[in-house]
Design a protein around this ligand. Structure first.
Ligand code: SF4
Length: 83
């Protein structure tokens, strides 16, 4: 289902798909408390960096799936940014 990115998505889902593909994930390691919520919800994208005790990305530039968006929404520290 296309995400709502304002007026562009009211005209064409092609714009939504393009905007979605342009998004990138970043994790604010300072704020991350290592709770593991994102890892439980989306282990193909997030893992625990054993050296820091913080969440990190499995691959550098993963797709922003619905699961990724849900993991970001449930992060208690709100430190997963999808920009
Ligand atoms: S859910 Fe948020 S605080 Fe918890 S490990 Fe993931 S990034 Fe860190």
């Amino acid at each position: 289902m296309p995400q709502n990115h304002g007026f562009l998505c009211s005209t064409s889902s092609l714009f939504c798909d393009t905007l979605q593909a342009m998004k990138q994930i970043s994790i604010d390691a300072y704020l991350c408390n290592g709770c593991g919520t994102c890892i439980e919800m989306c282990p193909e994208v997030f893992h625990l960096d054993e050296s820091t005790g913080k969440a990190a990305l499995v691959v550098p530039d993963p797709d922003i799936t619905d699961e990724v968006q849900q993991a970001a929404a449930f992060c208690p520290e709100k430190c997963i940014d999808l920009a």
